[in-house]
Write a new protein. Structure first.
Length: 276
């Protein structure tokens, strides 16, 4: 049986899952985002880096369907779109995991895993939640991602921040996400927990998802990223494939580059004899 692909199939395989081209967002006279472009491919991680106020949150909201762009084009699998709501984004396979995870701390892990999408059994007045299936599915899907929880009945609030992030990632994979947007998943975590989260971010990539990793940490980005988009004051400050840039240069650009060097020069002072 031939395994050759037709030109149309080959083009579809190369087509980005999500593509933003010269996208802008304005709030009155304020330019929150201007001329930003990025591509998200299956099995790759695109890292968006920038300091506070760089436009990362606005970019997330556009991809997640919370806000609509005012200029430029937004395409999903080659189709130009304008998402009307987060539900519309989910329906198109885009799942967003925010830094302040939307979980119910006192509910068990399995209940949070299925929150809002609970399977049921029975009919009519005998219809009830299929608790056994939810417990087993949660345990199985977490294991598939390499997450071995001792007890899926424990309240999710008892898990570490890194573990809760990992549960959210596994949930997105299970519910069929094609694109996973992660909002600063390691921002409030220590070194060990950050490493755990990055491991599962890589697992989502290896499962064939296109991942958008929003971060202000170039070291974390460089560990897992395939492509880097740098934002500064709502505009593009750079776009690089990993093979094109070293960690040191990425860190320099992220830190402000020439501006930081100028600041260092201004803050430096000559050391002279005491009392001179």
């Amino acid at each position: 049986m031939s395994t050759e692909h037709t030109p149309d199939e080959a083009a579809a395989a190369r087509r980005p899952l999500v593509q933003l081209t010269e996208v802008s967002k304005f709030y009155g006279n304020v330019k929150a985002l201007e001329g930003v472009s990025l591509e998200v491919h299956a099995g790759e991680i695109t890292c968006v880096l920038g300091d506070n106020g760089a436009g990362k949150s606005t970019l997330i909201k556009i991809i997640a369907g919370l806000h609509q762009h005012d200029a430029g084009t937004f395409t999903i699998e080659g189709e130009r779109t304008r998402l009307a709501s987060p539900r519309a984004a989910l329906d198109r396979g885009i799942a967003t995991v925010y830094q302040d995870l939307a979980v119910v701390p006192l509910m068990p892990v399995w209940r949070n895993f299925f929150l809002g999408s609970e399977p049921t059994r029975g009919r009519g007045p005998f219809r009830r939640l299929d608790v056994a299936a939810m417990r087993e599915t949660t345990r199985t899907e977490l294991l598939r991602m390499g997450i071995d929880l001792r007890d899926v009945d424990q309240p999710i609030g008892t898990l570490s921040g890194g573990e809760r992030q990992c549960v959210a990632i596994a949930r997105a994979v299970y519910f069929g996400a094609k694109v996973l947007v992660l909002d600063e998943p390691t921002a409030a975590l220590g070194v060990k927990q950050s490493g755990m989260v990055l491991k599962y971010v890589a697992a989502a990539r290896d499962a064939g998802l296109g991942v958008v990793l929003i971060t202000h940490n170039p070291h974390h980005a460089y560990l897992v990223g395939d492509h880097f988009v740098l934002l500064k004051r709502g505009a593009m400050a750079g776009s690089h494939a990993k093979a094109e840039i070293a960690l040191e240069e990425l860190t320099r650009q992220m830190a402000g580059g020439s501006e930081l060097e100028q600041l260092s020069h201004e803050l430096s002072r000559a050391v002279g004899p005491k009392g001179a």
